[in-house]
Design a protein around this ligand. Structure first.
Ligand code: COA
Length: 568
């Protein structure tokens, strides 16, 4: 079928549907929901058999849903209605939640039902649930709905008896009452509001994001700021303990820069207060654990974004791991994101974003170099969560790349204002996939599912399961590798290959050439990278759909349509 994806942004769920539906042989194109007239035009151009609305913030125009079946993905179980479904589910402590695929009609979320799924709730942020459980359930429900649609089945009318329409969740419901809310209630409010819109705190003029139960406590009135950690999280007293709040966004621009738009930053950089440094073992984002002859190196940077300091710390931790008596090092990343490359928010906040971009990419390159040059161990990049841009290429520095089957990879930089990219990608990528494929991947700028990534040799092995199940399987896989009789031969082969590659072309010259291009991106006449980063960090809505996604607007599509019309 011709499937038009309609979405507010090409977000993780929409990317997953793009990947899955294309893999099933559907002809998929995307229109971002910018204006009704644009959506109507997209439908006229593409003449889809079905529109799949994966992530919308407003209703589909009537002219569209009357013309073509429009399947809406609603992140709630049958009967649930309203724009804050997951928020309410988290706040009210629902034990089970779901996803429904409905057909759009005149009643918002009230159309006939094509498919639904349920899943157990987990203590996690709204965005983490969305990226994992909701995406998994939606991908499966949309596939079922399309199969039924193709078979000309009819959807079910909604059972009015189970309808529960909920209003949008306002800040009044998210507001923390420090005197009355216990730690659990505080965390639920923060999780229900993360990553958007955050919990408003008028006393500090911020929205808070990312809350964790603290492993330490302290004296103070509920709500009092007790301390900070090295990564800029702030410790706040609750009625029965304490929480870390890691990120904050000012509600307004600073007085000395009224034109500046605020964005998310580590809390201590936003709420400036003289606070003591409080160590807390639960707050470490890099943890190395030995399991037999395997070292698991977990690094869970918020949103997978890696600042200069993160890259330096991870490189140090990796070097330290290479001194352990283990045989295999598994680079585990985090459950939500493996890595998304250099930290664009930290760069945006720097006094010289160009200088900070350069520092960040140099630190990232040093990390990649440490992995590429490691000769003491075999290394595995175990991609549990999505990876994008430099994060994908960091994974290729390992000897083996293992991915969870549900992850989405974006192995390209171009979307960030034509960024050239570094991380030794000009060495790592063609070596794996060949020159032609390297070009196709980096120029194509499309998301890849793990299966396709494996077919295209970007990934070596895939495993099913949740992040927890995946980690267990990868650990087992790494243990087998460490204990395999040919381990020594493999390690020797790796050393020889590296020496050989270095003799042909030194790593340093790949890096030099890449950084020359990056220097132009950062300091050259063309400001595209800085503009794109500004748009990305400030989450500005798109003004048009990129042509590589709006395939129905491309010249190739128009040519093809002309031929079809002529042949008719
Ligand atoms: N630096 C800072 N923040 C980043 C980031 C980065 N490199 N990559 C992702 N994020 C943040 C987003 O701002 C967003 O934050 P929020 O939810 O707290 O508002 C969050 O991570 C999720 O990103 P989002 O874009 O909503 O996720 P997605 O699943 O829709 O898309 C990517 C995934 C990787 C395609 C997209 O995040 C992306 O293009 N990231 C930038 C990659 C990049 O260009 N890196 C620099 C060059 S190496």
């Amino acid at each position: 079928m011709r499937v038009l994806l309609l979405a507010h942004a090409f977000n993780s769920l929409t990317q997953r549907l793009w990947v899955d539906l294309a893999a099933e042989g559907h002809d998929v194109s995307l229109e971002l929901d910018i204006a009704d007239a644009v959506t109507i035009e997209a439908v006229a151009l593409f003449e889809p058999h079905v529109v799949v609305a994966s992530f919308l913030k407003r209703a589909i125009p009537e002219a569209v849903w009357r013309r073509v079946p429009c399947l809406v993905v609603h992140p709630g179980p049958p009967g649930d209605r309203g724009p804050s479904s997951l928020d309410w589910a988290i706040l009210e402590g629902a034990r089970e939640w779901g996803v429904t695929v409905l057909q759009a009609n005149e009643v918002m979320d009230g159309g006939p039902l094509w498919a639904s799924r349920t899943f157990p709730m987990r203590e996690a942020t709204k965005s983490s649930l969305y990226r994992n459980e909701v995406t998994e359930a939606a991908a499966s429900a949309v596939r079922e709905a399309l199969t039924k649609l193709e078979a000309e089945e009819r959807p079910l009318t909604q059972d009015e008896a189970v309808v529960r329409a909920r209003p949008p969740m306002r800040q009044a419901q998210r507001r923390i009452d420090w005197e009355r809310d216990d730690t659990e209630a505080v965390l639920r409010k923060v999780r229900a509001s993360d990553s958007s819109p955050g919990v408003l705190d008028e006393a500090h003029d911020v929205h808070w994001f990312r809350g964790f139960r603290a492993g330490v406590d302290g004296a103070g009135a509920p709500g009092a700021l007790l301390g900070r950690d090295e990564r800029g999280a702030l410790l706040r007293k609750t009625r029965d303990g304490a929480v870390w709040l890691t990120h904050a966004q000012p509600t307004k621009a600073p007085v000395d820069a009224p034109e500046a738009r605020p964005f998310k930053r580590p809390s201590a950089e936003v709420v400036r207060a003289e606070l003591p440094l409080v160590p807390d073992a639960t707050r470490r984002d890099i943890v190395a654990t030995d399991v037999g002859a395997v070292t698991l190196l977990r690094f869970d940077f918020s949103n997978g974004a890696m600042s200069t300091a993160d890259c330096v710390s991870l490189r140090d931790a990796f070097i330290e791991a290479t001194r352990r008596p283990s045989r295999v090092i598994v680079l585990l990343g985090g459950a939500d994101f493996w890595s998304n490359g250099i930290h664009l928010n930290a760069i945006e906040a720097a006094s010289s974003p160009a200088d900070e971009s350069m520092r960040n990419i140099e630190a990232m390159d040093e990390l990649c170099r440490a992995v590429i040059e490691c000769t003491s161990h075999l290394t595995i990049a175990a991609i549990q969560g999505n990876a994008g841009a430099g994060g994908c290429f960091l994974a290729l520095a390992a000897d083996e790349v293992v991915a969870r089957r549900s992850v989405i990879l974006n192995p390209h930089y171009k979307n960030m204002g034509n960024l050239y990219g570094s991380e030794y990608w000009t060495y790592l990528l063609p070596k794996r996939v060949g020159e032609a494929e390297a070009k196709a991947l980096t120029q194509g700028r499309l998301p890849l599912g793990a299966d396709e990534a494996q077919r295209r040799r970007l990934v070596d092995v895939t495993f099913d399961g949740t992040p927890t199940e995946f980690v267990a399987r990868v650990t087992e896989h790494a243990r087998e590798l460490a204990e395999s009789p040919d381990f020594a031969t493999r390690l020797e082969l790796k050393r020889a290959r590296r020496v050989d590659d270095e003799a042909k072309k030194p790593l340093a010259s790949y890096r030099e050439a890449e950084l020359k291009r990056m220097h132009l991106n950062f300091y050259g006449f063309d400001p595209s990278y800085h503009v794109a980063r500004y748009h990305f960090v400030h989450r500005l809505p798109h003004a048009w759909t990129p042509l590589h996604l709006a395939r129905h607007r491309s010249d190739a599509w128009k040519r093809q349509q002309k031929l079809v019309t002529r042949d008719r």
